[in-house]
Design a binder for this molecule. Structure first.
Ligand code: 0GY
Length: 291
């Protein structure tokens, strides 16, 4: 397959050697369509291949996970139907993160909550969405706070300073996607990543997903340069980290990751059984199932 010419996710992942502990959660994945049933949003910035709930649940079982957190992706805009359909057909084994219009009323949030949604996502990547003013996002965050929901924020490392006042203004737990895409070439000791660690140190409502080796690594497989970043965060913030596959891996340009290989990276970033249990079981359970 030519670089960037991806017609699907990895169809034959490797069986991982690592066995996730009972109750382990893949806390960052998506469903796409199928487009015939759940059309993609007209305002989308990319059109993915179909990647429906059946394939996601099969992957969950194959990799040895118990549950999923399904994050609404930008290609579906603010129509959460595909994600909700996956949640309500998961037998309680999935929770979700929605993307909503700022005008959403409480009744709609209550319906989404009943379906398994537990938060909203604010996306700041220009390649994925048109910009929304932070004060509009803040209005949504204030609406969802009383539900016990949280906020997921996707931004890139160069935006850290600009976005910090917004992050500090949020009244909920805030989960940062993909470690906010650090520059792997700079390394963990660079002032940029050290400032990121300080941000988490100083704001105890911030959590972080130690996900995205296929996006963050500058070296590519086996993603060795990703490991020190994720490991540093797991060590320092053991009770505020989450892990996920990011299946079905939209917008990959260099290669399509093997989800079994990604799963086998877990012991490299969380070497002890206690770290693995916190990362994969206790932290996501607290945030998504025990509210
Ligand atoms: C991810 C990453 C991406 C896409 C989206 O909402 C999205 O479309 O999140 C990406 O291209 O970085 O989290 O899966």
């Amino acid at each position: 397959m030519a670089d960037g010419d991806f017609k699907s996710y990895c169809l034959n992942p490797t069986k991982p050697k690592f066995t996730p502990p009972p109750g382990a959660v893949d806390a960052h994945c998506h469903v796409f369509g199928p487009a015939a049933k759940f059309p993609f949003a007209p305002e989308r910035k990319y059109t993915p291949y179909d990647a429906g709930k059946e394939a996601l649940f099969k992957l969950r079982d194959f990799l040895g996970f118990s549950r999923n957190v399904i994050v609404q992706a930008s290609c579906h805009g603010t129509d959460n139907s595909a994600t909700i359909d996956a949640l309500v057909n998961s037998g309680g084994k999935a929770r979700g993160i929605a993307v909503v219009k700022p005008t959403v009323e409480l009744a709609e949030f209550n319906d989404m909550d009943a379906a398994g949604m537990r938060g909203v996502r604010f996306n700041f990547l220009p390649r994925l969405v048109d910009a929304t003013p932070p004060e509009v996002h803040l209005g949504v965050a204030k609406k969802i706070a009383p539900l016990g929901w949280h906020v997921v924020v996707y931004f890139e490392a160069p935006s850290r300073e600009k976005i910090t006042p917004f992050l500090k203004s949020l009244p909920t737990i805030v989960v940062l996607d993909h470690m906010s895409l650090p520059d792997a070439k700079k390394g963990v000791d660079h002032p940029d990543f050290q400032a990121y660690i300080r941000l988490l140190d100083e704001n105890r409502n911030l959590w972080v997903k130690v996900t995205g080796p296929e996006r963050i690594s500058a070296q590519g497989r086996p993603y060795d340069d990703f490991v020190p970043f994720a490991k540093a965060l797991v060590e320092r913030f053991p009770d505020r980290v989450l892990w996920g596959t990011d299946w079905p891996h939209p917008n990959m340009t260099t290669h399509m990751p093997d989800d079994g290989v990604l799963t086998d990276m877990i012991p490299r970033i969380a070497p002890t059984a206690a770290q693995q249990r916190a990362l994969l079981v206790d932290n996501p359970a607290r945030l998504y199932w025990e509210r």
